[in-house]
Design a binder for this molecule. Structure first.
Ligand code: PEP
Length: 249
């Protein structure tokens, strides 16, 4: 069961500008002075320094949306885990479905990225989730278990050091949310898999992501194995993001 602090992480994706970031974060910071949960915003890399200075002294942590699987060197366009560390980045999304889908990231790549993040002191938020075709074919469990199995034994690290986000691909950016029961059912499967691998499975935060919004957050977050949310669209609107944070008690 769930005595750990919940985590609400916003994923801005490729949205933002200096002016918009400042307005959004000032409004969020003004509304979260007594947040009962941990909060993070996964921002585009060029804004790390700006966002770091805007959130300084607040309850909000900075997250990256990806990390390179390479350590250093001739990898044009890549951003290493050590660079994230330089900017005080606390979490990195790894294996988001948009990375798996548009950039061909495999389970092996996702595991290597998670490993790099951990080695640099950055907590990976490892995303798993099935497509609509996979759900319709009754493959949800098989898919998410395969994706989690790829990261469950990380060299020199315990799986309890990561955050896992269950994000059904059919619910991301579609306005179609998994019902609390559907989400809980998959979270319970993931929790059991984690428990078989680590005696610290209870410590691992399992986030739900996929069209979480101000209206559905409380019910989703009330499920016994849902320890927070990964929030895309709704994290770009301060009042909505604040309502989700308020629901994470
Ligand atoms: C996401 O990008 O991780 C996400 C869950 O997006 P949305 O909330 O917009 O569905």
């Amino acid at each position: 069961m769930n005595s750990k602090k919940k985590l609400i992480a916003g994923n801005w994706k490729m949205n933002g500008s200096l002016a918009a970031n400042e307005a959004l974060l000032k409004a969020v910071i003004a509304g979260v002075d007594d947040a009962a949960c941990d909060i993070a915003v996964a921002v585009p890399a060029p804004y790390f320094a700006q966002v770091q200075s805007l959130v300084a002294g607040s309850a909000i942590a900075v997250a990256a949306q990806d990390v390179s699987l390479h350590q250093v060197g001739a990898f044009t366009g890549e951003i290493s885990a050590a660079m994230l560390g330089d900017f005080g980045v606390r979490y990195a999304l790894v294996g988001h479905s948009e990375r798996r889908q548009y950039h061909g990231e495999t389970d092996v790549v996702v595991a290597e990225k998670a490993q790099r993040a951990l080695a640099a002191g950055v907590t990976p938020i490892i995303c798993v989730g099935e497509t609509l075709a996979e759900r319709d074919a009754g493959q949800t469990e098989v898919v998410v278990k395969r994706q989690l199995a790829a990261v469950i034994h990380l060299n020199g690290h315990c799986i309890s050091e990561v955050v896992v986000a269950y994000e059904p691909v059919w619910a991301i950016g579609t306005g179609r949310t998994a019902s609390p029961e559907q989400a809980q059912a998959v979270h319970a499967v993931l929790r059991a898999q984690l428990a078989a691998a680590s005696e610290h499975a209870d410590r691992i935060r399992l986030l739900y992501g996929g069209s979480m919004n101000a209206g559905n957050a409380a019910q989703l977050l009330a499920q016994p194995d849902i320890d927070g949310g990964l929030v895309g669209g709704a994290s770009l609107k301060a009042p909505d993001f604040l309502q989700i944070i308020a629901a994470a008690r």
